[in-house]
Design a protein around this ligand. Structure first.
Ligand code: 6PG
Length: 242
């Protein structure tokens, strides 16, 4: 099956969040009564999507069917302002009364190498597989100004073809340790949403959308679901150089 790629450009980051929230809710509704496994992204961009889901879509779907995972996490405690879990929990999960056992957080406070193995095993235990790789129903991703996604940075392109589900990475500037999903499990998802906002991302977006030579050195360029659908949700500023 040829992967499907769609680009949606919104007038503003607020409208980007509105469009992505609507699409996500429709996707979960269309999944029928089945369990739905979604991996959340971190950083700042998804926070307006998350708060919109809590404010506008609390009743739209049976959130009890949804299991929440993370595409990556910073190796910090869940109380830290750097924690992707904390951001998602405070901006929407706590509002939706999700059963604790449906929130599969990456333990950023644990030993990174051991946690990468543990989280990979938890994913394998819970998710269906295709071609021996776990299948997420939806993975949310962001884009760094250096072209990284999840915590796959340009100096670790090998993680795109890792045979592990999760790996330990290091932020090239801050040196902060991260735990991240790797390329094959990301590209095995049924649906992937990139949420990208702001002029700081415009050059990378232009390189990726125009298949520039430079794009090959960007981890985000290599995100293409093997048999699923990829949607780029961009705001006007991020798309201004396409
Ligand atoms: C993280 C992310 C990372 C993020 C990009 C974009 O933990 O930081 O998962 O991949 O999506 O760095 O971050 P912003 O949305 O803050 O620009």
């Amino acid at each position: 099956m040829v992967p499907e790629v769609e680009v949606k450009i919104a007038e503003s980051s607020k409208k980007l969040a509105k469009s992505a929230a609507k699409a996500m809710v429709r996707l979960i509704q269309n999944a029928g009564t089945h369990r739905f496994d979604v991996a959340l992204s971190g950083g700042s961009t998804p926070s307006s999507l998350f708060s919109r889901l809590a404010r506008k879509h609390k009743e739209s779907i049976d959130w009890q069917r949804v299991h929440f995972w993370w595409g990556d996490e910073r190796c910090v405690s869940p109380e830290s302002s750097e924690s992707n879990y904390k951001m998602a929990f405070e901006s929407f999960l706590s509002e939706l009364e999700i059963p604790e056992e449906h929130i599969h957080r990456i333990k950023g406070e644990a030993n990174p190498e051991e946690e990468a193995v543990r989280y990979g095993n938890e994913i394998r235990e819970h998710l269906n597989s295709r071609e021996e790789w776990p299948v997420f129903d939806l993975i949310l991703l962001g884009l760094g100004e250096d072209g990284h996604t999840a915590s796959i940075f340009p100096d670790r392109m090998d993680l795109l073809n890792s045979d592990q589900i999760c790996a330990v990475a290091v932020h090239p500037q801050s040196g902060q340790k991260r735990i991240t999903l790797t390329g094959k499990v990301i590209n095995n998802a049924n649906t992937i949403y990139f949420l990208v906002s702001g002029e700081g991302k415009a050059e990378r977006i232009s390189e990726i959308m125009n298949n520039d030579e430079k794009a090959f050195t960007l981890p985000a360029y290599h995100v293409l679901p093997v048999s699923g659908k990829l949607t780029w949700f961009l705001d006007k500023d991020a798309s201004e150089m396409i």
